[in-house]
Ligand binder design. Structure first.
Ligand code: F6R
Length: 611
């Protein structure tokens, strides 16, 4: 949560900072601010709301700010203190000597704040982050890197921070623990940011900081140390990033663009990973020999939100195709529950961003307990894949819309590839392997067939846009698809939506059904369909309007329900993918009809880097 960018160099920096903030806005958009050093003074501008509001605030000062040579900026997702101007970053010490932007949570902030208050510090905000500015001021005796390191040694919690000082016109000190920081290496300029999306327009060479790294950067130099002041060496990585992939390219919203990108995104996930000769998947990033693969006797999938729903589909794959005991853990529970992990347990962490704090903690817990840990991740170079040391990149391209779409379909595809690999290593015959390969190859076409009928889904969505409550029900691996459908609808349209196993409905939730509560039933022609037809009858008997997903011209469904969303005929294994694409479109059009801020829903941030 929260996005940070900093720049030091000779170009006019205000646009660089505000453009960078806009690219980071998916990390939070409650308030925004920046600080620059100009004529040996810190100049600070902050606003409640989005970066656009900050730009308006800056408009009359651009001439004055054109001589600034270093600056840091921040877009906030509030943790401590409501989203208002006082709580917006940057935060300053009492003498106005240092400005700090911070992403993360300082767990012991109350203790630090009380100590600082006793020592006479005055606080201008309710944030945890402000303590950092006062601590840096206390420790500063001419060496900013050492002062920041000393301040950070007092801190329990997570941080990605950047600090500037009014007497250092070309210097930024940055550090991380738990929240990402990337340094962009330019020609005569250096940038720092929470992630590469903010840097890609300026450089294709980046350095990812590790936890407890601290760096002092100037336009020409990058000095990286440990918090104990020992120099460390971090390699410069090439950034292979198409900046146009992070633009809307004519679509009304990033979410719609990303929904329509799915045939291509899934093709990218599959490309080069099907081995027809041996009827298996080639997943070299997993770095497991056939013998090591065969030794794995249990899989624990750890993930959050949409990624967890993808993991739940994966559970069906691993148990059905591979015959290996699999369970899905909400990643936040994993380390606190003291899970049983044996040496041959595979912990599979799934994360689009690769920065989700709870999933990262699960990776670390798995490593600590001696498990084999692998990541399925989209963002290359993010912390989760780096710490896991093995895994599968989705290659889905940047996902900017806060609601996850293409990551889900690519994650499920990657899980199916993984199940194919494990299955062929065990009980899956060559013929069954080839059949699965055929099904995997069809996924992009199946998605395209759903997208081709987006207009029909839009018409249905508009009919139900006034609903206050809504249920999604499914069975088998369409149960996690129902959970995902409900999550999409609630997060972007603010309609209260619940996903349930269709059989569970009558164990309580059915009490809520009436004519004002639509039910979306996933009634594709897959095993279990007859049972869901009975569940649909139960809903109709309570007067709920029922919208069903159904395979092509399945009249057994269409004769029963109020509206049908057609899903192309496909195997039960891949059915969740086109079905969820249809539900993404349904949610998108409902939210659009309701005039919601689709790409940046209230209270959310894309990358949840706090517990
Ligand atoms: C929902 C959504 C979230 C994320 C969750 C995990 O649309 O985007 O539920 O799926 O925060 O994020 P990652 O996959 O980045 O770990």
């Amino acid at each position: 949560m929260c996005g940070i960018i900093g720049y030091t160099g000779n170009r006019e920096l205000i646009n660089i900072l505000t453009d960078g903030l806009k690219r980071l806005e998916y990390r939070g958009y409650d308030s925004a601010g920046l600080a620059v050093v100009n004529n040996q003074q810190l100049q600070v501008f902050k606003t409640k709301g989005k970066v656009k509001a900050l730009e308006e605030r800056l408009h009359d000062h651009l001439q004055l700010l054109s001589t600034a040579s270093v600056g840091i900026a921040h877009t906030r997702w509030a943790t401590h203190g409501e989203p208002n101007e006082a709580n917006a970053h940057p935060h300053l010490d009492n003498a106005g000597h240092f400005a700090v932007v911070h992403n993360g949570i300082i767990d012991n902030f109350a203790e630090l704040r009380n100590r600082l208050l006793d020592q006479g510090c005055r606080f201008a905000s309710e944030t945890d982050s402000e303590v950092l500015a006062h601590l840096v001021a206390q420790y500063y005796d001419g060496n900013l890197l050492e002062a920041v390191a000393s301040a950070l040694k007092q801190v329990k919690g997570t941080f990605g921070i950047a600090v500037i000082a009014r007497d250092l016109p070309q210097t930024i000190v940055t550090a991380r623990r738990g929240s990402p920081i990337v340094i962009g290496v330019g020609a005569g300029e250096t940038l720092i940011a929470s992630d590469v999306t903010a840097l890609a327009a300026h450089t294709d060479r980046v350095i990812y900081l590790n936890d407890d790294d601290i760096a002092l950067v100037t336009p020409e130099t990058i000095d990286i140390r440990s918090l104990e002041n020992v120099p460390v060496s971090r390699e410069i990585a090439a950034l292979d990033w198409d900046i146009s992939a992070a633009e809307k390219n004519g679509y009304d919203h990033f979410m719609l663009k990303e929904i329509f990108e799915q045939p291509q995104a899934v093709s990218n996930t599959i490309r080069g990973r099907l081995d027809f000769r041996t009827a298996t998947a080639a997943l070299s990033g997993l770095n497991l020999t056939p013998r090591e693969l065969a030794m794995i006797n249990r899989i624990v999938i750890a993930a959050c939100g949409t990624s967890m729903h993808a993991g739940m589909v994966g559970e069906y794959y691993f148990e059905d195709i591979v015959g290996i005991s699999t369970e899905v853990e909400q990643a936040a529970e994993f380390r606190y529950r003291n899970p049983i992990i044996e040496p041959h347990t595979l912990v599979l962490a799934i994360s689009q961003s690769g920065e989700t704090a709870d999933t990262l903690a699960a990776v670390r817990e798995g490593l600590n307990k001696g498990a084999v840990v692998a990541a399925i991740c989209n963002v290359v170079g993010a912390t989760i894949p780096r710490e896991s040391n093995r895994g599968i990149y989705l290659h889905a391209g940047p996902e900017i819309g806060v609601a996850s779409t293409k990551a889900f379909t690519c994650q499920v595809t990657a899980l199916l590839l993984t199940a194919l690999l494990f299955g062929r290593n065990r009980r899956l015959s060559q013929t069954a392997g080839l059949e699965l390969i055929e099904e995997i190859q069809q996924i992009p076409t199946l998605i395209q067939q759903v997208l081709d009928h987006a207009d029909k889904i839009e018409i249905i969505a508009k009919k139900y846009a006034d609903a206050k409550d809504c249920f999604f029900i499914g069975r088998g691996n369409l149960y996690p698809a129902a959970l995902e459908g409900a999550l999409k609808l609630k997060e972007i349209s603010y309609i209260h939506a619940e996903g349930y196993h269709a059989a569970e409905l009558k164990h309580g939730p059915i009490a809520l059904l009436d004519k004002g509560v639509p039910v979306i039933a996933l009634a594709n022609d897959v095993p279990g369909k007859e049972k869901i037809l009975s569940n649909i009858q139960e809903c109709l008997a309570r007067k709920s309007p029922v919208i069903a997903t159904a395979t092509n011209n399945d009249t057994s469904v269409s004769h029963l329900v109020h509206d049908v969303i057609t899903i192309p005929s496909c195997s039960a294994f891949v059915a969740p993918i086109p079905t969820v694409v249809a539900l993404q479109l349904f949610s998108y059009y409902v939210a659009k009809e309701r005039g919601c801020e689709i790409d940046q829903p209230r209270n959310l941030a894309k990358s949840v880097t706090v517990e």
